[in-house]
Design a protein around this ligand. Structure first.
Ligand code: ADP
Ligand code: MG
Length: 223
């Protein structure tokens, strides 16, 4: 599902990724752990096509998602690809504060230009699945931390992504809500064979994963 080969990334003279390779199968839950500053978020941004690797030609870098080499896509194709194939979950949910839970979940579908009534139905179904039917018209500021994060899971699922990328998704939750969120990831894998790459500091989540990759000094230390 995801093939990453020899990814490098520098910010000015700072070399953050020094040749990272990862291969992830459909339905796998892979965590990435490692010290702050190791390059975990940078790697996730590159896999998610929000950022680009440095000098891909020179390093013969490969990024393939579901067999599609995305390093060759132009910016417009890339943003469409991202919208259709990748779901993101962040530590601080990044829901839009002036929109309701339902509208926040519908937004990724609006970008894809689907009919509004179909989108509303799908968003309601997802929110119901995530036990948020009673929160459709609430704005993010009126929801608890755990609820906000479940809305962001619904948003990530809206376009049936090939892969969900989560950057410290439970970093801002108490331990009960964190555990619930982790259970939800496993439920989504079981029911939909959903693939996940999760950056986390949560040792329990890392220990449950199919594989836990350790990032150190810009490389994967245990591949
Ligand atoms: P992690 O998520 O493992 O904590 P990051 O990938 O966020 O690490 O950052 C790795 C290093 O790259 C850090 O030293 C950080 O300051 C630097 N960095 C990340 N993004 C940028 C950027 N856009 N510009 C300059 N430096 C950056
Ligand atoms: Mg980070």
């Amino acid at each position: 599902m995801v093939l990453i080969q020899n990814i490098h990334k520098s910010f000015g003279s700072l070399e953050v990724l020094k040749g990272v390779s990862i291969h992830i199968k459909k339905g796998e839950i892979v965590t990435i752990v490692g010290e702050s500053g190791a390059g975990k978020s940078t790697l996730l941004q590159i896999i998610g096509t929000l950022d680009k690797p440095s000098n891909p030609e020179r390093y013969h870098s490969i990024i393939e998602i579901d067999n599609l080499p995305i390093t060759q896509l132009r910016d417009k194709e890339l943003s469409l690809f991202r919208n259709q194939n990748i779901g993101f979950i962040f530590q601080f949910h990044q829901l839009l504060p002036e929109f309701t839970a339902l509208e926040n979940v519908m937004l990724p579908g609006m970008i894809a230009g689907k009919s509004k009534s179909k989108l509303a139905k799908k968003a309601k179904d997802l929110l119901s699945y995530l036990k948020l039917s009673h929160r459709l018209e609430h704005k993010p500021g009126e929801l608890s931390g755990g609820e906000q994060q479940r809305v962001s899971v619904a948003r990530a699922l809206m376009n049936n992504p090939k892969i969900i990328l989560a950057d410290e998704p439970s970093g801002n939750l108490d331990s009960t809500n964190a555990e619930d969120l982790h259970q939800l990831f496993y439920q989504l894998r079981k029911e939909f064979n959903q693939t996940f790459i999760i950056v986390t500091h949560n040792s329990h989540l890392a220990s449950m994963a199919d594989r836990s990759l350790l990032m150190k000094d810009g490389t994967i230390a245990n591949e």
